[in-house]
Ligand binder design. Structure first.
Ligand SMILES: [Zn+2]
Length: 291
């Protein structure tokens, strides 16, 4: 188990925008790659870097971002995949350096490694690191936010990585309105208290809501209302894509909590970040731009 199941090989700066002391430093770490698979990890890390830097608003913040590849080998490929209720699980138990596993908290897609161990390795090699991602060499769909954003190699996994990075690096909330599925009980109405995350709100007052400045006077507020709080709102968007307003349903609840746009990367994988999420990212990374 753990660090006896592999080796820390070193780090390589694969995107260099300037001195580590002045830039925002991202580290991408390998998990479940055998020695013979490290060439594949180099290609996977480069693909992640390219996708990140092409996605808005990172495309206009390139001058602020360094990306470091951290090579760690494992004895075996993949991640633990325990039997997971009714949603499967192969029972595989590969020996890997960070002990990543699917089926965390009984949810198969929730893929988590030993975050403390990841940060220990990264801080030794890249002391100025701001955020670490763990890339898990498994074709099974999964990922997680938390202190280390984690993703696998399922189709579209780099898109999952950008969503998880939204949680880990920018404190963005999930903008989808369900946990297990759209009919699950206990997810009808959000508490009335205002969430801390920048991209969800319970305040439907046009003048005082969190992203009031981005809502046009001609946009209805709230912009959508869920007619049946027992389920997710099935209605299509009543406004053009990219319209900022108050759309009911977010943060795992069907009602009484609002998201800024009809869709966003924090709601659906593969969508761009909405204007409010982009604004939060820009605000955080602007201090790292060259003067
Ligand atoms: Zn958003």
């Amino acid at each position: 188990m753990g660090t006896s199941d592999g080796k820390v090989k070193g780090s390589t700066k694969i995107v260099d925008a300037g001195p580590n002391t002045q830039r925002w430093n991202v580290a991408i770490v390998s998990e479940g790659y055998r020695e013979s698979e490290m060439g594949q990890f180099a290609a996977d890390a480069q693909q992640f870097a390219n996708t990140l830097l092409a996605a808005a608003p990172f495309d206009r913040l390139r001058a602020a971002i360094n990306i470091h590849r951290v090579d760690v080998t494992s004895t075996d490929s993949g991640a633990k995949d325990p039997k997971c209720g009714t949603s499967g699980g192969t029972g595989a138990k590969p020996k890997t350096y960070f002990d990543a596993s699917f089926c965390t908290q009984g949810i198969r897609r929730l893929l988590v490694g030993n975050s403390g161990r990841v940060m220990n390795v990264v801080k030794k090699l890249v002391p100025q690191v701001h955020i670490a991602l763990l890339e898990v060499n498994s074709p099974i769909h999964g990922g997680s936010g938390g202190s280390v954003a984690t993703f696998s190699k399922a189709p579209g996994a780099v898109e999952i990585a950008l969503h998880e990075l939204g949680h880990t690096a920018f404190s963005l909330a999930d903008e989808y309105e369900y946990s297990r599925d759209c009919r699950q009980g206990g997810h009808e109405k959000h508490s009335q208290s205002e969430p801390s995350q920048p991209n969800i709100t319970t305040n439907k007052n046009r003048a005082t809501t969190k992203w009031a400045r981005l809502i046009k006077a001609t946009t209805a507020v709230p912009t959508t209302v869920n007619a049946n709080c027992k389920v997710c709102d099935p209605q299509p968007t009543p406004v053009p894509a990219g319209t900022v307003g108050l759309f009911e349903g977010a943060d795992y609840f069907h009602c009484r909590v609002y998201r800024p746009e009809f869709d966003c990367r924090m709601r659906n994988i593969g969508m761009p970040f909405c204007a409010v999420c982009q604004q939060a990212i820009v605000k955080k990374l602007t201090p790292f731009l060259p003067t």
